[in-house]
Design a protein around this ligand. Structure first.
Ligand code: UT7
Length: 319
């Protein structure tokens, strides 16, 4: 039996740090509101010459260095992004070239903030079927490029960054199960509707969100999808060692954790340091926890994410 295992992690945040106080200078907001409502203290914004693929390159190099994997071993690259470098080719193609990888399949996945879990689930199936042996799974975003600075309800929430994992074939289970869901009837609740048409942009190219509606849906979805993953593996919440939820809002994460009866020390929170980085948030949080030496061999790690669409999902990993 072939399984897939995460063997290395890496992440990258661009140099420019934007604190809540800095946002007070340009938006009618304040540090106290942002911290209490979301848990966010600062976010990072990419430099003008940095695209999603540039952030992804750094995250991938760190993940590959962590396990001494060289570019020639990579046979699959999946990039989850909603802020690609260009309309086409895919950011994964651009990343492949920038990493000097010659013989891999490379494509993007678009599931917004659930993108990393979707990419991981897809790569797991490639590896289990024998179609790939060593994959780079990446979440990379430059949401600073699509923020509406006239909308204080959204522009203070997001940041840029990238996270990556190396996923390898193994005869020992790593990715235990993955669970994906989509309900497109909510597509207008969180979206960036603009598109390119005949050389101009049709519709708004900026992010819009009904935050309250997302909040309400998210807490229930996280609870349900976590139970789905637990039930599929015959586990109880007490057997989860680490809960790594999409880092959008501290209150949503803690609410979901409380519903699952998970103690605070098992809940990973990095949203204070980078805000909502969409598809990059889970691999950023995962890499931070790994590099802090917290996740030990044999630990059960539950990933859960939700984003525009709505698209949501979970992955249960044995470390
Ligand atoms: O990544 C995809 C998933 N996305 C999410 O998970 C986001 C989900 N939603 C949320 O995280 C929350 O709904 C928000 C953080 C977006 C908003 O929090 P909230 O507690 O739902 O606040 P609200 O939208 O109900 O706004 C409450 C008040 C309003 O004032 P009034 O009408 O009560 O006087 C807003 O105008 O807060 C005001 N407000 C702000 N005040 C200062 C909204 N944005 C700001 C701001 N600074 N940036």
């Amino acid at each position: 039996m072939i399984y897939s295992r995460v063997v290395g992690t890496g992440s990258y945040l661009p140099d420019r740090v934007v604190t809540n106080r800095a946002l007070e200078e340009i938006v009618d907001t304040n540090d106290e509101w942002i911290v209490t409502r979301t848990g966010i203290r600062e976010r990072h914004f990419a430099a003008d010459n940095q695209n999603a693929s540039d952030l992804a390159v750094e995250a991938c190099k760190r993940a590959m260095q962590a396990v001494h994997v060289h570019p020639g071993e990579i046979d699959l690259i999946i990039v989850a992004t909603s802020t690609p470098d260009m309309v086409f080719p895919s950011t994964a193609c651009i990343l492949q070239d920038k990493l000097g990888i010659k013989h891999s399949v490379a494509f993007d996945i678009q599931a917004v903030c659930a993108g990393f879990v979707y990419a991981l689930a897809t790569a797991d199936k490639f590896i289990r079927s024998g179609s790939a042996k060593c994959a780079l799974i990446v979440g990379a975003e430059v949401f600073s490029r699509i923020l509406n600075w006239q909308d204080r309800g959204t522009c203070v929430l997001f940041g840029d960054g990238a996270g990556a994992v190396v996923l390898k074939a193994s005869n020992v289970p790593g990715v235990l199960t993955t669970h994906l869901h989509t309900d497109g009837s909510y597509r207008d609740v969180l979206c960036t509707p603009g598109t390119v048409e005949n050389g101009t942009i049709r519709g708004s190219p900026l992010l819009t969100m009904d935050g309250g509606a997302v909040y309400k849906f998210a807490v229930k979805a996280f609870e349900d999808v976590a139970w789905e993953a637990l039930n599929a593996n015959g586990m109880q919440p007490a057997e989860i060692d680490w809960f790594i939820c999409h880092q959008a809002n501290r209150r949503i994460i803690m609410h979901a954790a409380k519903k699952l009866d998970l103690p605070d020390e098992k809940v990973v929170l990095t949203v204070d340091r980078h805000g909502n980085t969409s598809a990059a948030s889970i691999p950023l949080a995962l890499d931070t926890t790994v590099r802090e030496g917290k996740i030990k061999a044999g630990d059960n790690v539950l990933l859960a994410a939700l984003g525009g669409g709505f698209a949501w999902g979970a992955a249960l990993l044995k470390w």
